[in-house]
Every structure is written in C-alpha cells, then in structure tokens.
Design a protein around this ligand. Structure first.
Ligand SMILES: O=C(O)[C@H]1O[C@H](OP(=O)(O)OP(=O)(O)OC[C@H]2O[C@@H](n3ccc(=O)[nH]c3=O)[C@H](O)[C@@H]2O)[C@H](O)[C@@H](O)[C@@H]1O
Length: 439
C-alpha cells in the first residue's frame, strides 16, 4: 500500500524539474501546448521510422517465401578473393582419368545434391552453385550442402542471374560441362509467384547460356526440363516427338520456353545442349513442397491430406521416378554429350541438341501412393478426396523412355513401393524425434 502511494507520488513529479510552476500561466500553457505538439510530432516520426526500419530490415523473419524473386535471389553474396578462388579450383579438380569438370547449378537442391555426390564419387570435378532461396525450408538445403561439403564439394552461394559471378567461375575453372538444375520448381506455386518462374527459369537460363557461349572452351550443357511440357496431351505414353504446345501451368510454359531458348543458343552459338524431361522425381533428401513429402508429414501428424481426382471420379496418376534412376540418366546425358562447337561467342559448326524423357514408365494413381505411405508409416491417412483444382496440375503423366534407353542406356529399376520405403526411412531419421520440423 505504502509502495503504491510512493509510486503515485512519483507520477506527479514533472519530467523536467522546475516546470511545475510555469504551467499555471496561460502563456506557458500555450507554450506547453506547442511543445507537446512538437513532442507528439517527434515521437510519431520516431515511431514511423522504427516501423519502416523493421519492415525493410527483416526479410528473413518472414516465414513465407518472399513474393519478390529479385529480393530472394539478388541479395549480395560474398564471393571473390584468393581464398574463394582456391576453394573453387579445389572443388572442381578432376581426380579420375578421363573425368569431367562440372558446374552444377542448384547443387543444394534435391536432384542437384544427388547428382553432385554421384559425380564426385566417380572422380569428376564438381563445383556447386545455389542461391539457397526460401521457396522451401532453407535449412534442408543447408543440410544437403553440409553433406556435399564432407565429400569435398564447395557450393558457391549465388544466383544464376549474377553474370559477373558466373563469368568469374568460368575464369577460374575451364568447366567441360554444366549440369543446370537451378530452377523455380513446383507446378501449383506458379499461381502465387509467377515472376519467380520467369526470373529463374527464363532470365536465369539466358544468363547462364550467355556466359557459357562466351566461355572458351564452351562447356556442354545438360539441363532440367520437365514432364509438365506435355501439358494437356492425351496420347500416352508421352514421347519426345509429341506436341508440347499446351502447357497447363506457367511452370510448364517456362520449361517449354527453356527448350526453345536452348534451340536458339544451339543454333546461333554452337552450344551442345541436352534437356531432360524429369517425371515427378522423389526420394531421400527430396523437396518438401512435393505431394509424397508433405503427405508423409501430414499422415504422421494425423492431419487430413487433399487427394485430387479428375472429373467423373477418375484417378490422377503420376509416373513417379526414383532419384537414383534419375541420377543415372543425368550422368549418362553428361557422358554422351558431345562438345560444343563454338568458342568465345562464335559458332564453328553444328552442335548436338537433344531432349530426353526420364520417367519410370509405370504411372501410379495418387491414391495408391497414399496407400503405400500408410503401410510404410503404419498410420491411416485422413483422406480428403477433392476435384483436381484448376491450378496447373494435369491428370496424368506417363513417359515413353525408348529414346533415353537407346541413346543413354537409361533403364529405371526402382518401383514406387521400393523407392518410398527408402524415402520414409530417410524422412524418419532426418526428422528424428521431432527435432526438426518438416517444412
Ligand atoms: O514431373 C514434373 O515435371 C514435375 O513433377 C512434380 O510435379 P507434380 O507431378 O505435380 O508433383 P507433386 O506436386 O508432388 O504432385 C504429385 C501428384 O499428387 C497430386 N496432389 C498434389 C497435391 C495435393 O495436395 N494433392 C494431390 O493429390 C498431384 O495432382 C499430382 O498428381 C514437381 O513438383 C515439378 O517440379 C516437376 O517438374
């Protein structure tokens, strides 16, 4: 009680000693009014400034992927200097006889990590490049980076639109090959952030090709296209000869555009270019935005999962392809790629231009994928069957792989049951004990 009294006494003491008396005069009342107005303005200004500073300084505190792709990936990265160049050179050093030196873009991504590790294992030189954007949990990308670092692979943190950086990398290392896997992936996200697809899949591809065409020697380039280029085609299985002019999503349209851009750079500059149309790749260290991954997380969390079906209750199916099969296809594409024919921006002759389907040739309905996950996780899924939303998804995919079989010796060997078993084993150990939250 006495303490309370003391405090109320403190409240009455003016903040500036000596002003108490002055308040009594009308003149000083006016003065006080003005000074309070000035104070109010001053503090409002400070308040506004603090809000603005907070707003502009804290992009990383935003849990959602930033909508502005340039803010996500044109950050200034720290690169250059003798120590940096030494790391680049050492990572790209070829150790096997007849080995190749490969720049892998998107090396901290799902396919990029697996391909980089496989190349390194056989003694090729590998340098990674990745912008570590926040499209999905960057900590998973960092974990993949740590994995690669242990086998001596350096991932440069930077964006494929940064031509000065790309040029620097080519100045330091004469890459024989580029495995271009950096991209804005995901079919449905294209409706939320269309510009990120243009930024990475079109502008980024052009930046990379510009630097490659000017390099001397020019590297051979193998890059990730997508099964989604078949769009609304109904003729199955999808063959490379089929039309690809009906994309159902902006993602698909940017991948299709990439194939046309590849044609141009091959035609004008003699760059050797191979596009790989991946069919729904899955496996350990996969992408959390893909259905098999977040279904696993949500089944374990007893959350309901939306399972799409086509009109008239038809099944939606995918030619799910296991990562190890895809890696074999990527390496075979690199190994069979002919040299680019140009140099320093000038074409000297016709160069190789190829496109291959890399699928599994056996489509599985999404509801069967869920049944397999239920068995592996020993948890019943809460299925929420719904009509395929108009979000860019297509009802089915099915690869004809005879061309890849013939030219690359590509032969997928992992069925969905076996592949998912390996994925689930990885998932449970990676997110063991709920230490990390699957994002
Ligand atoms: O093959 C490809 O080229 C593409 O494969 C995947 O795209 P998608 O096949 O749509 O893979 P998911 O997003 O994992 O979807 C798999 C299946 O689950 C279905 N699905 C998805 C999400 C959902 O909530 N419910 C659902 O039933 C989809 O309709 C689809 O049939 C990748 O996300 C793309 O980056 C890649 O380029």
């Amino acid at each position: 009680m006495s303490q309370l009294k003391q405090m109320s006494h403190l409240d009455n003491i003016p903040s500036t000693p000596g002003k108490f008396k002055m308040d009594k005069s009308p003149y000083f009342n006016r003065l006080r009014f003005h000074s309070s107005l000035a104070k109010l303005t001053f503090w409002s200004f400070i308040f506004l400034a603090v809000i603005l500073i907070f707003f502009f300084r804290s992009p990383s505190s935003n849990p959602l992927p930033s909508a502005d792709p340039s803010r996500r990936s044109l950050r200034t990265y720290d690169w250059g200097g003798p120590a940096f160049e030494k790391r680049v050179r050492s990572s790209a050093r070829v150790r096997a006889r007849n080995g190749i030196s490969v720049l892998v873009t998107g090396a901290a991504g799902f396919v990029g990590t697996h391909v980089s590790a496989a190349l390194k294992r056989r003694g090729d030189g590998v340098l990674g490049l990745d912008n570590f954007n926040d499209y999905y949990d960057p900590s998973l990308k960092k974990a993949r980076q740590a994995l690669l670092e242990r086998s001596g692979i350096f991932i440069v943190e930077g964006d494929i639109n940064d031509m000065a950086l790309l040029k620097k990398l080519f100045d330091v290392v004469s890459f024989t090959h580029v495995m271009h896997l950096a991209a804005q992936a995901g079919v449905r996200y294209a409706m939320q952030n269309p510009n990120s697809y243009v930024h990475s899949n079109i502008a980024g591809l052009v930046s990379l090709l510009e630097v490659c065409k000017n390099a001397n020697p020019q590297p051979a380039i193998v890059w990730a296209s997508s099964s989604s280029v078949y769009g609304l085609n109904t003729k199955v299985p999808f063959s490379e000869k089929d039309r690809t002019d009906q994309p159902a999503s902006l993602y698909a349209a940017t991948k299709k555009a990439g194939e046309e851009i590849a044609h141009t750079y091959n035609h004008i500059y003699g760059l050797s270019l191979t596009g790989l149309r991946f069919f729904t790749v899955y496996g350990p260290w996969g992408r959390p935005d893909m259905a098999y991954f977040f279904f696993t997380r949500d089944i374990l969390n007893r959350k309901s999962i939306p399972i799409f079906e086509s009109p008239d209750h038809g099944t939606v199916a995918r030619d799910f392809t296991y990562i190890d099969d895809i890696v074999k296809g990527c390496l075979a594409a690199l190994d069979t790629a002919e040299k680019s024919t140009g140099s320093g921006g000038k074409k000297r002759g016709r160069a190789q231009l190829r496109v291959f389907n890399l699928g599994n040739t056996s489509p599985v309905p999404v509801s069967d994928l869920v049944s397999i996950l239920e068995r592996l996780l020993k948890v019943k899924a809460k299925r929420n069957i719904m009509k395929l939303p108009r979000n860019g998804d297509v009802p089915f995919t099915h690869a004809n792989i005879s061309l890849a079989q013939r030219e690359l010796g590509y032969k997928p060997t992992t069925d969905l049951q076996t592949g998912l078993k390996k994925f689930v084993r990885w998932y449970l150990s990676y997110y063991a004990g709920g230490k990390k939250a699957a994002g």
